[in-house]
Design a protein around this ligand. Structure first.
Ligand code: HSE
Length: 435
């Protein structure tokens, strides 16, 4: 059988889009041999036609109307890399209506509108591939959809934002301040153009929604998961945590099943230093998946960056080509039902709490009295010696429901002897069941 020519419309020529363009060219021969297809980028939709690009792209390919990709009857596959959820949604919906295969790296779009998009895809009998939407170059979507399909997924614990992992690593290893470390991540092209979603946890939150929906087989509503970012973490906290034998990681935790309720959250957490995820540093991501048959698995790689992310997009393109040539190849998607999500207040954990307190007698007693009143146990207390008027007071909290701890903390913050914003970090045990 001869090679099929796959006509591709590429929407978005930013960091990842440029990587796809360049790497399809770089590995053209290899791809042709492996999947008996030639990929031809027929049109590229960009926002600004005049923008200077660090690589020559023939002007004839460029358009500033994404509709040109949809309206071209020769285009078989549309790659959506424009980000955002407005134009991107219209583009994907219109592409599916015209029965074009969609490849998207847009986690926000799929986390917020996945249920609707995949329902339309099923109606039109056209696949949507989204490997690049989670953990950059790590093939975690196909792993869950295909290789682990026979498993009940019991726990997913992941470091799935490269920017945050980079920032936390630089703060720990070099003592950089948060702002300086963020600037480095931006300069290296890891952070999104607007890094707000990286550092406030929502980039990982969107990815967690997708992983959780695949894990439980039902759509997890993005507005029901708990998400915290790393903006409040100081070098001071990182040092305290290190001395206690832990490291701080922004973790996505997905636990439980759709039959009961799912625990889905993204938070900076204390990870024991000997745990595998504690040694995942820099821009690297890692996702641990535990299934009832396979046990524990670990996927590690670059979670951001031009080449690794383009590797995932190209893999989707190959799946699309296989589908167009032979029988369609696509992994399972969640059913059209919605999963129940456990309220964060009901989750139970140990915690690290750092307070800034007046350095006077009786403070510890006041804090401990409030904790005791709410049934919260304190397992250890650290107050480095200082003659300064304000001191750090670090408390290790025993297993407590987050709801009770939140109430107690509000009372502690209202005490005259406490100042500044406290740092509250969950300690992760990686147990299958919530406590
Ligand atoms: N900005 C993301 C990260 C990359 O830092 O992980 C792609 O999601």
């Amino acid at each position: 059988m001869g090679r099929r020519h796959i006509q591709v419309g590429l929407a978005g020529l930013g960091n990842v889009g440029m990587g796809v363009y360049a790497n399809l060219e770089k590995n053209r021969e290899l791809l042709g041999d492996r999947c008996q297809a030639d990929f031809n980028i027929k049109k590229i939709a960009v926002r600004n036609l005049d923008k200077a690009r660090d690589r020559d792209v023939p002007e004839a390919l460029l358009t500033n109307r994404w509709q040109d990709l949809i309206e071209d009857p020769d285009i078989d596959v549309v790659i959506e890399l424009i980000g955002g959820t407005e134009d991107a949604k219209s583009l994907v919906i219109e592409a599916l209506r015209r029965r074009k295969v969609v490849v998207s790296g847009n986690k926000a779009l799929l986390a917020e509108h996945g249920q609707e998009i995949f329902a339309l895809a099923q109606e039109m009998e056209v696949p949507v591939y989204f490997e690049a939407a989670v953990a950059g170059g790590i093939p975690i979507i196909k792993a869950i959809q295909e290789s682990l399909v026979g498993n009940r997924i019991e726990l997913i614990s992941g470091i799935i934002n490269g920017t945050c992992n980079y920032i936390l690593t630089r703060m720990r290893e070099k003592g950089l301040g948060y702002t300086e470390a963020l600037q480095e991540a931006k300069d290296l092209g890891y952070a999104e153009s607007d890094p707000t979603l990286d550092v406030n946890g929502w980039d990982a939150g969107h990815k967690a929604v997708l992983l959780a929906s695949l894990a439980c087989g039902r759509w997890v509503p993005a507005d029901q998961i708990h998400v915290e970012g790393i903006e409040g973490i100081s070098v001071n906290d990182i040092k305290f945590v290190e001395n206690l034998g832990y490291t701080v990681k922004l973790l996505a935790i997905i636990r439980g099943s759709a039959d009961t309720s799912m625990e889905v959250r993204v938070q900076p957490c204390l990870v024991p230093r000997q745990h595998l995820l504690a040694s995942v540093n820099g821009v690297f991501n890692a996702v641990m998946v535990e299934g009832d048959l396979v046990g524990e698995t670990l996927f590690y790689g670059s979670g951001a960056g031009q080449d690794p992310t383009s590797s995932s997009v190209i893999a989707d393109l190959v799946d699309a080509a296989v589908g167009l040539q032979h029988e369609e190849k696509r992994g399972y998607i969640p059913s059209n039902e919605v999963a129940a999500v456990m309220p964060i207040e009901d989750t139970v954990s140990q915690y690290y709490l750092r307070l800034k307190v007046d350095n006077v007698p009786g403070v510890l007693a006041q804090v401990a009295a409030i904790a005791g009143k709410h049934g919260i146990g304190i397992t250890s207390v650290i107050q480095p010696e200082t003659s300064a008027p304000v001191a750090d007071l670090v408390l290790m909290i025993d297993d407590a429901p987050y709801g009770s701890l939140k109430t107690a903390l509000a009372e502690i913050q209202a005490l005259k002897c406490t100042s500044d914003h406290p740092t509250l970090l969950r300690m992760e045990t990686f147990a299958h069941q919530s406590v």
